[in-house]
Design a protein around this ligand. Structure first.
Ligand code: ADP
Length: 259
């Protein structure tokens, strides 16, 4: 069994981070980055200082969805996150690479090292809620994140076309091993609401998320529809303008968990 995290890595001395929430998924493409962005925006709208640590180093998509075109500055004290238009602080490998389209062809330990540096060498300043866009799955980078950063809770993003029960089992077991609570599940691409007929359609079949959640004794925090406007907002760098109440309950829960 993996050792429980021992908090060996301290954040930068100029960082005061109150809560750290890891956003995980079983595989890529289920909307983990989208949910990470929406959670940060939701908490920023409530007046909190928010941050996103993009640990999905081989598929970094956070800067683009926030429309960030500048690079991170650094000085002898450390690296500065880039602030989004509405003030969310962001650090991602794409803010450090000269060319966004360069692939990151690093092996696991290098990737994990970069993520650790996002924690130890980035001057985050005051942050109420930091969201970590984790790499998909339960690989070595995820383990490093859980072992070296002080994660307060995880949110699991699933979609109905997956083997949700297995993914949730794995996430719950990993969280238990790392002694981190699972705050709940968010089902993405849960349904499609048709503008013309007004009905909701279960594109990937009926969802089993409620049963899976019950079986694993975790909560369903929210369900997001398939909505082309969300994809367009990510593409255009306008995710901060999203309009929808799907994650309001999740945001309230985060507030209740407290700082
Ligand atoms: P992951 O981080 O899990 O790899 P992303 O959040 O990057 O997944 O989402 C993958 C793609 O699907 C992106 O282009 C995103 O804009 C799109 N997408 C995700 N969720 C939705 C949704 N609910 N409706 C429409 N498009 C979505």
């Amino acid at each position: 069994q993996e050792p429980k995290h021992d908090f060996t890595e301290h954040p930068h001395e100029l960082s005061k981070i109150k809560k750290v929430i890891g956003v995980v998924s079983g595989k890529g493409g289920v909307g983990k980055s989208l949910v990470t962005s929406l959670l940060a925006v939701s908490m920023a709208r409530k007046g909190y200082e928010t941050a996103i640590l993009d640990a999905d180093v081989t598929g970094p998509s956070i800067p683009k969805s926030f429309g960030i075109t500048t690079k991170a500055d650094a000085n002898e004290l450390g690296i500065f996150p880039v602030k989004s238009k509405m003030g969310t602080k962001i650090m991602s490998i794409n803010l450090l690479l000269a060319n966004d389209t360069d692939p990151v062809v690093w092996r696991g330990p290098m990737i994990a090292g970069a993520v650790k540096q996002f924690w130890t060498d980035v001057i985050w300043g005051d942050v109420d809620y930091m969201f970590i866009d984790m790499p998909p799955g339960t690989g070595d980078v995820s383990l490093t994140v859980f072992q070296s950063l002080k994660v307060d809770g995880i949110v699991v993003v699933t979609s109905p076309q997956e083997l949700v029960s297995m993914i949730v089992s794995k996430a719950v077991k990993m969280a238990e091993m790392m002694n981190v609570p699972v705050l709940g599940l968010i089902e993405n691409m849960s349904y499609f609401k048709c503008d013309s007929c007004g009905k909701s359609h279960a594109i990937f079949g009926e969802s089993h998320i409620e049963k899976v959640a019950k079986d694993h004794n975790v909560k369903v925090l929210g369900k997001l529809p398939i909505d082309p406007r969300l994809a367009t907002a990510c593409d255009r760098g306008a995710i901060e303008l999203f309009d929808g109440e799907w994650l309001d309950e999740t945001a309230e829960m985060l507030e209740e968990v407290g700082l």
